[in-house]
Design a protein around this ligand. Structure first.
Ligand code: NAD
Length: 475
């Protein structure tokens, strides 16, 4: 296992650019426990200063045209591309995700791709009535200052999902990254600020207290939040007094249903990455898989064979495609849930046996078969590399089990018959239902949760509208 497979000069330079003269705290590599760098400890006073600066900068930014603001978004994408390898290395060291596979380099690439896509969308005023007597149209005006609060699993990409549409619509942004992954987001903000006009984007590196203060802040007009359902509910409460607009992308426990006509060999790799992308630490990952009796053993065998080919280890080792859990708390969640599955008599196909003496938060790739639908590994969000595979006998039962939870971010249907898969998809209670894939997001396609997975849409023109205040002009 090596931690020095790249030159490391770029990521060190990024760290030196975000070094703070004030109080700092260590951030450690989840694979080794070694210190990656030190994060500033920002306070409520720092937050107030950031909000004031963002408010001061907002009118001039809003006065630019969409085309001018899109030009800045494209220049921001250029700046990310110029620093891509250094950003990916810092992300890998801090978050734990490997450079290769759908991981750190992929995430940094998605940041520039999302900026460019968001720059390219057209948002014209909508004429809703034009009958000779009345002409009514809907415009989307800037909201003001957007507060963005993010999680630790895809820290850079999710920050860009919040920043890009906010800026495009003429808002300025105060962003609070997760306390687990502040360095990646501070570095990203620093790179963006090399090309953005001064005062538009502020990264405040604080804990939950700063998130709470941001959600209640009188100088913030909207909160873009991605994280757990419990925190989303807290944000609804703390934002109530100021009636802030909210986009809430919350937790999920996505079901996938394999239909009887699916080809186990053909779908195995897609199922694997649907579940294990980012070592399972993904909001819209496949977290419960429902398989019919007739294909059950074949799907279990095919998935086990794919899992055996996917190396897990330190992120800077170019061979690895799976990494550690980002933090011990999440490792403990996965260990508890797999423990509950084992205690119930479920069959562990692979994994489930972390090495207690190994450094870091590595939990092996785990597949669990013959598990009941009410087992905690099925009913709770594991957010890690452990997939329960539940047997079903008739499709109605599978649909009922898939819809049985109070969350509904994504879902998937796996079949050789696209029309039949679409019929089943229509019965699933989820914001997105993928066919023969899971979790594939696209900057042009709206994304958001059903039920307690949140509300509001991100991406595409729908996402831009969420960062504007609708204004009707009627005459
Ligand atoms: P989390 O809710 O613990 O933390 C997210 C952020 O909220 C952090 O920055 C944290 O400091 C902040 N925060 C905590 N308490 C707060 C409060 N009272 N007020 C304001 N901010 C507060 O989530 P996490 O553990 O970082 O992320 C994992 C969860 O996020 C999982 O449930 C996952 O499914 C979900 N998630 C959802 C999406 C999506 O798009 N729907 C994407 C990624 C992750």
């Amino acid at each position: 296992m090596t931690t020095e497979s790249t030159t490391s000069t770029g990521y060190r330079e990024l760290l030196s650019r975000i070094a703070s003269p004030g109080e700092t705290r260590p951030i450690t590599d989840p694979a080794t426990g070694e210190e990656v760098g030190r994060a500033p400890v920002h306070t409520a006073a720092d937050l107030d200063a950031a909000v004031a600066a963002a408010r001061a900068a907002q009118p001039a930014w809003a006065a630019l045209s969409h085309a001018e603001r899109s030009g800045y978004l494209n220049r921001a994408a250029d700046a990310i591309e110029a620093n891509a390898e250094a950003l990916a290395e810092l992300l890998s060291r801090e978050q734990g995700k490997p450079l290769n596979g759908p991981n750190a380099r992929f995430e940094v690439g998605a940041c520039s791709a999302w900026l460019r896509a968001t720059a390219s969308f057209e948002l014209e005023p909508e004429v809703v009535v034009d009958d000779g007597e009345t002409h009514a149209e809907v415009h989307y005006r800037p909201l003001g200052v957007v507060g963005a609060i993010g999680p630790w699993n895809w820290p850079m990409m999710i920050s860009i999902w919040q920043i890009a549409p906010s800026l495009r619509m003429g808002n300025t942004v105060v962003l609070k990254p997760s306390e687990y992954t502040p360095l990646s987001v501070l570095a990203l903000g620093d790179v963006l600020n090399t090309v953005l006009p001064e005062g538009l984007l502020h990264v405040v590196s604080g804990g939950r207290d700063v998130g709470e203060a941001l959600s209640g802040h009188a100088g913030i007009d909207k909160i873009m939040f991605t994280g757990s359902t419990a925190t989303g509910k807290a944000i609804i409460r703390s934002s109530a007094d100021t009636v802030k607009r909210l986009t809430l992308e919350l937790g999920g426990n996505d079901a996938g249903i394999v239909l009887e006509d699916a080809d186990p060999q053909a779908i195995a790799e897609g199922l694997f990455w649907g579940a294990f992308i980012n070592t399972g630490q993904t909001c819209a990952a496949l977290k419960r898989l429902y398989v019919p009796d007739s294909l059950y053993e074949q799907v279990c065998e095919a998935l086990t064979a794919v899992a055996a080919q996917m190396p897990m280890g330190h992120g800077l080792d170019e061979n690895n495609v799976l990494g550690p859990l980002q933090n011990r708390a999440q490792f403990d969640v996965v260990a508890r849930l797999v423990g509950a599955a084992k205690a119930s008599g479920a069959r562990v196909l692979t994994g489930g046996d972390p090495d207690p003496d190994a450094p870091g938060h590595f939990y092996p790739t785990t597949l669990v078969a013959d598990i009941d639908n009410d087992n905690p590994l099925v009913a709770e969000e594991q957010f890690g590399p452990a997939l329960p595979i539940i047997r079903y006998t008739d499709l109605d039962q599978a649909v009922e089990m898939a819809n049985g939870l109070d969350v509904g971010l994504g879902a998937s249907v796996w079949s050789s018959d696209a029309a039949r898969a679409r019929e089943v998809a229509a019965r699933l209670e989820a914001g997105t239902v993928w066919i023969n894939k899971h979790g594939a997001v696209d900057p042009r396609v709206p994304f958001g949760g059903a039920k307690q997975s949140g509300y509001g849409l991100e991406f595409g023109v729908a996402g831009l509208k969420g960062l504007g205040t609708p204004q009707v002009i009627a005459g």
